[in-house]
Design a protein. Structure first.
Length: 143
Protein backbone atom coordinates (compact mmCIF):
# COMPACT_ATOMS: atom_id res chain seq x y z
CA UNK A 1 0.00 0.00 0.00
CA UNK A 2 1.22 3.54 -0.77
CA UNK A 3 2.21 5.60 2.30
CA UNK A 4 0.58 9.04 1.89
CA UNK A 5 2.01 10.54 5.07
CA UNK A 6 5.62 10.23 3.95
CA UNK A 7 4.90 12.06 0.69
CA UNK A 8 3.27 15.00 2.45
CA UNK A 9 5.57 15.24 5.47
CA UNK A 10 8.15 17.98 5.47
CA UNK A 11 11.59 17.52 6.94
CA UNK A 12 12.63 20.01 9.61
CA UNK A 13 15.10 22.84 9.09
CA UNK A 14 18.79 21.91 9.37
CA UNK A 15 19.58 21.50 13.05
CA UNK A 16 23.01 23.12 12.58
CA UNK A 17 21.54 26.29 11.07
CA UNK A 18 18.80 26.46 13.66
CA UNK A 19 21.16 25.86 16.58
CA UNK A 20 23.54 28.57 15.29
CA UNK A 21 20.66 31.03 14.97
CA UNK A 22 19.38 30.12 18.44
CA UNK A 23 22.78 30.66 20.06
CA UNK A 24 23.30 33.99 18.29
CA UNK A 25 19.81 35.26 19.16
CA UNK A 26 20.36 34.30 22.79
CA UNK A 27 23.83 35.91 22.86
CA UNK A 28 22.35 39.06 21.30
CA UNK A 29 19.62 39.15 23.96
CA UNK A 30 22.14 38.70 26.78
CA UNK A 31 24.42 41.42 25.39
CA UNK A 32 21.49 43.82 25.09
CA UNK A 33 20.37 43.05 28.64
CA UNK A 34 23.87 43.62 29.99
CA UNK A 35 24.17 46.88 28.02
CA UNK A 36 20.87 48.04 29.53
CA UNK A 37 22.09 47.22 33.04
CA UNK A 38 25.23 49.28 32.53
CA UNK A 39 23.16 52.11 31.04
CA UNK A 40 21.08 52.25 34.20
CA UNK A 41 24.20 52.24 36.36
CA UNK A 42 25.76 55.03 34.29
CA UNK A 43 23.00 57.51 35.09
CA UNK A 44 23.67 59.70 38.09
CA UNK A 45 20.75 61.76 39.39
CA UNK A 46 21.69 64.99 41.16
CA UNK A 47 19.83 68.10 42.31
CA UNK A 48 20.89 69.88 39.12
CA UNK A 49 19.84 67.09 36.73
CA UNK A 50 21.07 63.87 35.25
CA UNK A 51 24.74 63.28 34.60
CA UNK A 52 26.65 60.18 33.58
CA UNK A 53 29.41 58.16 35.20
CA UNK A 54 31.75 58.17 32.20
CA UNK A 55 33.52 54.93 33.10
CA UNK A 56 30.28 52.98 33.28
CA UNK A 57 28.93 54.79 30.20
CA UNK A 58 32.01 53.73 28.25
CA UNK A 59 31.39 50.12 29.29
CA UNK A 60 27.80 50.50 28.06
CA UNK A 61 29.08 51.69 24.67
CA UNK A 62 31.60 48.84 24.39
CA UNK A 63 28.95 46.23 25.16
CA UNK A 64 26.77 47.93 22.55
CA UNK A 65 29.55 47.42 20.01
CA UNK A 66 29.75 43.73 20.92
CA UNK A 67 25.98 43.60 20.48
CA UNK A 68 26.38 45.07 16.96
CA UNK A 69 28.90 42.38 16.08
CA UNK A 70 26.60 39.65 17.36
CA UNK A 71 23.76 41.31 15.44
CA UNK A 72 25.73 41.11 12.19
CA UNK A 73 26.40 37.43 12.75
CA UNK A 74 22.73 36.95 13.60
CA UNK A 75 21.72 38.51 10.25
CA UNK A 76 23.99 36.08 8.39
CA UNK A 77 22.65 33.09 10.34
CA UNK A 78 19.03 34.19 9.84
CA UNK A 79 19.50 34.61 6.08
CA UNK A 80 21.13 31.17 5.85
CA UNK A 81 18.30 29.71 7.93
CA UNK A 82 15.77 31.33 5.57
CA UNK A 83 17.15 30.89 2.04
CA UNK A 84 19.09 27.63 1.78
CA UNK A 85 17.60 26.29 5.01
CA UNK A 86 14.00 26.94 3.91
CA UNK A 87 13.04 28.28 7.31
CA UNK A 88 10.86 31.31 8.02
CA UNK A 89 12.01 34.58 6.47
CA UNK A 90 10.83 37.00 9.13
CA UNK A 91 13.76 36.32 11.52
CA UNK A 92 16.13 37.69 8.85
CA UNK A 93 14.04 40.87 8.63
CA UNK A 94 13.80 41.11 12.42
CA UNK A 95 17.58 40.66 12.69
CA UNK A 96 18.16 43.40 10.12
CA UNK A 97 15.71 45.69 11.94
CA UNK A 98 17.51 45.04 15.24
CA UNK A 99 20.85 45.90 13.66
CA UNK A 100 19.49 49.15 12.17
CA UNK A 101 17.86 50.10 15.48
CA UNK A 102 21.15 49.36 17.25
CA UNK A 103 23.11 51.62 14.91
CA UNK A 104 20.44 54.29 15.39
CA UNK A 105 21.13 54.16 19.14
CA UNK A 106 24.46 55.92 18.61
CA UNK A 107 22.80 58.82 16.81
CA UNK A 108 19.78 58.97 19.09
CA UNK A 109 21.98 59.50 22.12
CA UNK A 110 23.11 62.79 20.56
CA UNK A 111 19.44 63.84 20.53
CA UNK A 112 19.00 62.83 24.14
CA UNK A 113 17.76 60.07 26.40
CA UNK A 114 14.19 60.81 25.35
CA UNK A 115 14.88 59.07 22.02
CA UNK A 116 17.64 56.68 23.09
CA UNK A 117 15.71 54.90 25.85
CA UNK A 118 12.47 54.19 23.92
CA UNK A 119 14.50 52.85 20.98
CA UNK A 120 16.35 50.55 23.39
CA UNK A 121 13.03 49.33 24.79
CA UNK A 122 11.81 48.66 21.23
CA UNK A 123 14.99 46.70 20.53
CA UNK A 124 14.56 44.67 23.69
CA UNK A 125 10.93 43.83 22.84
CA UNK A 126 11.76 42.74 19.29
CA UNK A 127 14.70 40.68 20.49
CA UNK A 128 12.61 39.08 23.24
CA UNK A 129 10.01 37.99 20.66
CA UNK A 130 12.73 36.66 18.36
CA UNK A 131 14.37 34.77 21.22
CA UNK A 132 11.11 33.14 22.32
CA UNK A 133 10.38 32.10 18.72
CA UNK A 134 13.93 30.79 18.12
CA UNK A 135 13.70 28.40 21.05
CA UNK A 136 10.14 27.28 20.27
CA UNK A 137 9.26 24.16 18.26
CA UNK A 138 7.87 26.40 15.50
CA UNK A 139 11.40 27.44 14.58
CA UNK A 140 12.27 23.95 13.37
CA UNK A 141 9.45 23.83 10.81
CA UNK A 142 10.17 24.48 7.17
CA UNK A 143 8.13 27.13 5.40
Amino acid sequence: MHDVTSATSVSPVSSGLLYTLRVLVLAHAVSLLVAAMFAGQALVFTDTGITADLGVAETHVMIGMVSHLIGLLQIVAAVLYWRPGRGAGWPALASLALFVLGIAQHFLLAIGLGAHVPNGVLMFGLLALTTVWAWSPAASRRR
